[in-house]
Ligand binder design. Sequence first.
Ligand code: NAD
Ligand code: UD1
Length: 336
Amino acid sequence: MGKILVTGGTGFIGSHTCVSLINAGYEIVVMDNLCNSKVESLARVSLITGKNPRFYKTDLNDYKEMCQIFEDHKIDAVIHFAGLKAVGESVKLPLTYYHNNISGTINLLKVMEKYGCHKFIFSSSATVYGENNPVPYTEDMPTSATNPYGYTKVMIEQILKDVCTSNSDWKVISLRYFNPIGAHESGLMGENPNGIPNNLVPYIAQVALGKLDKLHVFGNDYDTPDGTGVRDYIHVMDLAEGHVAALKYANSVNGFEAINLGTGKGSSVLDVVKAYEKACGKKIPLEIVARRPGDIAESYADATKASEVLNWKATYSLEKMCTDSWNFTKQNPKGL
Ligand code: NAD
Ligand code: UD1
């Protein structure tokens, strides 16, 4: 069996997936340019698994160095996490986002074509369901976006479909993640955002630590049970296991397939606050403020396809996600 190349493997989801891949018996090679992560996360992977995967500090857009990885190893499949992911930043720096995410993916696909490697698992996002589809989201719904980050996901999915049409050797799975949170239960690995977090759970974690005063709840006048936004939070280790399941399934895929990775269950901002308070044993001070532009009321998956084709289901509760997030946060108050 050839090896699995994990791009963006020192990042949040990538590093957790490295643990699941190694535990499932795969031999992995990791590449990342470390623009949003530290190589320390691979040391943590080694600590947990007892294996030391080969690491390349390389940029996706560097054709020569990407070729070198394929020269050095027989790569059977690529799991492609590498990309920039901050929505607000993407509005300010659209060209940076399109160059990094889209050109970077095109470069990677060219290198894969050159070396005859055609199995590809892509990190897509629930953001491709846009603003107008009714929940729960099913994979056959039309895709759209509202910001450059979202467009990179929509466009890369289109590119992948076109590549599959051009050559029937390709086996491509686009995994549409809902809201990944939590951490490895050892507390050795977790989410490590730079600066003030944009996303709900990393923000709450900093409030629980005492580094931030209070949570700003973005609107309580949505058409949802308690008025706050509803999302499908999924434990990052469940998500990691979803990649192992997808890798197995990829052998029987012909062309392009999109698959949701979510729990199928929505939780409100206040549900998350309650679960986090229970996990950390502290009150999370909060203030209701205006809606965040671009936010939608509800987003959650129809998770039927993943259970049918991947034989995979999310298993961890919101309480466990918050317990593991807190465990990581208090063990690593300054991040990794
Ligand atoms: P992350 O930032 O922790 O990991 C991404 C990694 O890619 C980082 O380590 C970064 O250094 C690396 N990277 C970025 N550009 C690169 C380049 N040009 N060359 C080499 N490496 C590069 O983010 P994450 O949360 O682990 O997300 C992984 C993937 O999943 C991303 O594609 C993201 O868009 C997607 N995704 C994330 C979420 C989420 O909420 N975290 C949701 C849906 C989809
Ligand atoms: C984020 C990304 C989106 C990605 C999705 C899935 C942004 C703007 N969007 O969206 O592209 O596809 O994750 O991972 O980053 N909230 C607060 N206060 C806060 C932060 C968030 O009330 O300080 C609320 C939001 O209004 C929302 C919920 O918490 O209702 C979740 O927010 P967040 O964690 O940012 O995720 P998404 O908005 O789903």
